[in-house]
Design a protein around this ligand. Structure first.
Ligand code: FES
Length: 161
C-alpha cells in the first residue's frame, strides 16, 4: 500500500483532536510493519510538532522500527524466561552472524532483527522466531547452524531464478 494513502486513512481517523503521537506511530507501524520516513514527516505535520521529535520518539522506543522488515523477520524473545536462559547471547549471535543491528535490516533485505517480549513458549526458552517458525532452546552455536542452513537455502533458491 502507498504510504500516503495508508497515512491519510490513519490520520483521518484521529478526527479533529490532534491525537497522541505514540498511538499514531503504533498505528502506522501496524499498517506498514515499520515507520516509513514519509509517514513520520506526515505525522509531524499533522500534529504540528517538529519532525525531530517524531524521530526521537520513533528511535527511543524498542517497539518502533524505522527500517522495513526483512523477507525473513527474526525476533529474539527477551521475556523473562528467555532472558534468564541466555536470550542476550542468542541476540548477539544473530547480530554477529548476519552483521545486522537490532532493529535493522541486512544489506540484502533478507533478514531484519528485533527483540520481542514473551512469545508464549517459555518451556522452550530461549526462543527465536524466523518468519513463522519458532526455534527452541537456542544457543549461539544453534543460531549459526540455523542461519547457515537458511542462507544456503536462499542461495539455492536464487540459483533457480
Ligand atoms: S519468555 Fe520467551 S517465550 Fe516466554
Amino acid at each position: 500500500m502507498e504510504v500516503a494513502e495508508g497515512l491519510t486513512r490513519i490520520l483521518r481517523a484521529q478526527g479533529d483532536g490532534r491525537g497522541d503521537l505514540i498511538a499514531i506511530l503504533q498505528e502506522v507501524q501496524a499498517e506498514f510493519g515499520y515507520l516509513p520516513k514519509e509517514a513520520m514527516l506526515g505525522v509531524a505535520k499533522f500534529l504540528q510538532i517538529p519532525e525531530s521529535l517524531v524521530y526521537s520518539v520513533a528511535t527511543f522506543y524498542n517497539q518502533f522500527r524505522i527500517t522495513p522488515l526483512g523477507r525473513r523477520p527474526i525476533k529474539v524473545c527477551m521475556g523473562t524466561a528467555c532472558h534468564l536462559s541466555g536470550g542476550e547471547l542468542v541476540l548477539e549471535a544473530v547480530q554477529r552472524e548476519l552483521d545486522v543491528d537490532l532493529g535493522g535490516l541486512t544489506s540484502d533485505g533478507e533478514f531484519s532483527l528485533d527483540r520481542v517480549a514473551c512469545i508464549g513458549c517459555c518451556a522452550i526458552a530461549p526462543a527465536m522466531v524466523i518468519g513463522d517458525a519458532v526455534y527452541p532452546k537456542m544457543t549461539p552455536w544453534k543460531v549459526v547452524e540455523v542461519l547457515t542452513t537458511i542462507k544456503s537455502e536462499i542461495q539455492e533458491a536464487n540459483k533457480g531464478d
